[in-house]
Design a binder for this molecule. Structure first.
Ligand SMILES: Nc1ncnc2c1ncn2[C@@H]1O[C@H](COP(=O)(O)OP(=O)(O)OP(=O)(O)O)[C@@H](O)[C@H]1O
Ligand SMILES: [Mg+2]
Length: 333
């Protein structure tokens, strides 16, 4: 599709350029021809005046063959100039059309990838719900207890689906509005407090304590998205840490930057996985196998988008079986 649209766009560029070029060539051609005819008429008149004795000095004789040759030369030159414009603007048009279309093509490709990934992820829980319901319906001896069990299992899958669709929606919304609209001054401490209270129940479930330390630093941004970002980082730390461990969350200023770090002593991430963890739907092998905690690998890609929309950078350093540190660097203005 990209190639055919590129050719079509080039054809449009060419049509416009060549129409202008032909128009001017025609005007130039007409002008020059009129001028040549006028000169040859004038010379003929002068010659006749000389022959009839009205003129003393004999004017130069303009051979009609030479005039014909001049006309031919003008025509050939104009045709050649148009040919050169055609070839040159064809090449340039093709190049420019490619440059114009590339970002659009990339966007379409990215959107298709997004849809494919999302449908692929949606298929697994949907298939498992469908199978469970079908098996239950076909079973003539299905009693209330077993029916309840099926419903309960399906509810787990439905909750997973809901969190997946929430994540996808958040990603799609962040994609469409790269820049977050609301940018107000916020105390980092308040962001941390709000995020910690949101993850408190799951931390409690695993007996994990969250230690926070933050001064009175302020950043500009959107409160809700920043809380979402910190929740994602804390959620990962809780999910990929062992019971009864600790998580530290800290905010400190370094020169003109504010560093927000979330530090855990969990399972860590393999070196080979680190370059991919911000990719959509990527889950490191260790996370999938060792803990088997639910998740779709969307958290960090959302966190990255939120950081980017705040002109901040996010990075993760980790050592397997030692722990992980996520760092968000905000540029203070
Ligand atoms: N603190 C951490 N400790 C160990 N591994 C981590 C940590 N944070 C991220 N990871 C690894 O990075 C992967 C991507 O993280 P991300 O938050 O994007 O997805 P997820 O947690 O698997 O799923 P979701 O966030 O969508 O529920 C995780 O699957 C895990 O392998
Ligand atoms: Mg996560």
């Amino acid at each position: 599709m990209f190639d055919s649209t590129r050719i079509k766009l080039t054809a449009w560029y060419l049509t416009i350029i060549m129409t202008v070029s032909f128009f001017f060539s025609f005007v130039i051609y007409r002008g020059l021809m009129t001028e040549v005819d006028r000169i040859s008429r004038m010379e003929r008149f002068r010659l006749e005046s000389y022959h009839f004795g009205y003129r003393m000095i004999k004017p130069a004789f303009l051979d009609p063959e030479v005039i014909g040759l001049v006309k031919k030369r003008i025509t050939v030159t104009l045709v050649a100039v148009n040919g050169i414009i055609l070839v040159f603007s064809g090449g340039l048009g093709y190049f420019l059309a490619g440059k114009t279309l590339r970002p659009i093509a990339e966007m379409v490709k990215e959107q298709n990838r997004f849809i494919t990934d999302a449908s692929h992820e949606l298929r697994t829980p949907l298939t498992s719900i469908k199978t469970a319901v079908e098996v239950g319906l076909k079973d003539p001896k299905l009693d209330l207890a077993n029916a309840k069990k099926i419903i309960k299992e399906n509810l787990i899958e439905i909750n997973k689906l809901k969190s997946l669709s929430d994540g996808l929606l958040q990603l799609a919304q962040m994609k469409s509005s790269h820049q977050i609209a609301k940018h107000v001054k916020i105390q980092v401490k308040k962001i941390i407090d709000a995020a910690v209270s949101r993850v408190a129940p799951i931390a409690l479930e695993k007996n994990i304590s969250i230690i926070r330390s933050a001064g009175n630093h302020e950043i500009t941004g959107d409160f809700d998205s920043l809380v979402d970002m910190v929740v994602i980082l804390l959620d990962n730390s809780i999910k990929y840490s062992f019971s009864k461990s600790k998580i530290k969350i800290n905010a400190r200023q370094e020169k003109r930057s504010l560093l927000l770090t979330v530090n855990d002593y969990g399972i860590g991430i393999d070196k080979s996985d680190i370059p991919h963890i911000f990719d959509r739907f990527y889950r490191a092998g260790s996370a999938r196998k060792k803990i088997g905690s639910g998740g779709y690998g969307l958290g960090l890609s959302i966190a990255k988008k939120i950081a980017e929309s705040h002109n901040a950078t996010i990075s993760i350093s980790s050592k397997i079986n030692k722990g992980t540190t996520a760092t968000v660097v905000f540029h203070l203005t």
